[in-house]
Design a protein around this ligand. Structure first.
Ligand code: ADP
Length: 175
């Protein structure tokens, strides 16, 4: 059985086959986890690696190598911006679908690249303001649904605060 765990860590330090970036559609770097990944991987080299990819749609992900990171691959996923003021319930469901798409696509890419371990940040819960508990439920469910036959051995939900880690731990323990 693969292990699913919540860890309080800087994702750039993790020794896994792939780490996931919370990128933006232009794939040209940004703040938050994206900025940390660019700094740690090598900013110029990572920008050179993403330049030919032609950006990335929301809900999708693109691959580069990990460059100077311990991880072999970076999956650059683009999560939705949370905006309750626009569109109400339909907009929320659309955001849920796009966020799930990020996790599903990363699990597909992991399989295509023979990854046995992967670490996800809490995509969209920073600058993109997605409610953290709602995002975590989507993350855990989508990853669990993608596990059978994936060859995955370890999935880390990499949290940047103890509050975020608690949310994931409760979900993973079925609380
Ligand atoms: P988004 O634009 O998708 O909301 P952010 O980078 O602003 O992306 O935030 C996504 C999540 O990543 C937030 O929960 C934030 O606390 C977390 N985060 C920021 N830096 C790191 C890091 N170095 N390692 C892991 N998680 C991080």
């Amino acid at each position: 059985m693969p292990t699913l765990e919540a860890a309080l860590a800087d994702i750039t330090m993790l020794h896994v086959d792939a780490i996931v970036n919370a990128a933006n559609t232009k794939l040209k770097g940004g703040g938050g986890v994206d900025g940390a990944i660019h700094r740690a991987a090598g900013k110029a080299e990572l920008l050179a690696a993403t330049a030919p990819l032609g950006g990335c749609a929301t809900g999708d992900a693109k691959v580069t190598s990990g460059l100077r990171l311990p991880a072999k691959w970076i999956f650059h996923a683009v999560g939705p911006v949370w905006s309750v003021s626009r569109g109400g319930e339909a907009a929320m469901q659309n955001a849920d679908r796009l966020l799930a798409g990020c996790y599903r696509r990363c699990m597909e890419l992991a399989r295509e690249h023979g990854c046995r371990s992967i670490a996800f940040p809490a995509i969209s819960t920073g600058v993109y303001r997605f409610p953290p508990d709602r995002a975590a439920r989507i993350a855990v469910k989508t990853v669990q649904d993608a596990l059978p036959g994936s060859g995955m051995e370890q999935v880390i939900f990499c949290c940047f605060s103890s509050e975020a880690k608690r949310i994931y731990q409760d979900l993973l323990e079925g609380a």
